[in-house]
Ligand binder design. Sequence first.
Ligand SMILES: [Zn+2]
Length: 124
Amino acid sequence: MACLTCQILQGDIIPPGGIFYRDQDFVICHTLDVNILWYMIVSPVRHIQSYDELSSKEAEKLGLHIHTLTRFLKTKIHDIQKIYICSFNEETHHLHFHVFPRYPWMLSSENIHSDGELVVIIRD
Ligand SMILES: [Zn+2]
């Protein structure tokens, strides 16, 4: 079975809002399982598992896509405090980057359970 990202690329899984952006090398879409508005995933189209497998051209494009996305998010979200960018590739072994805003409500103690889990609620 294809990985989650490859299933999205094949159209077998439709992310919330559909594909946000796609070109021949990269796809950007909203995450499937985190209810934080504008929690985006940036992935290469090629199924590769680590950053070093990107070609130099792909690495350049990746940087530009993340840069453009972060600028877009800052214009789209008025109360944005920070934008986090990270990559884990633990559950889905298709290289991907999480690009997501930190909203002010995320730091409010009322949004944190006693076990430290963040309550994720879309507040727009
Ligand atoms: Zn894949």
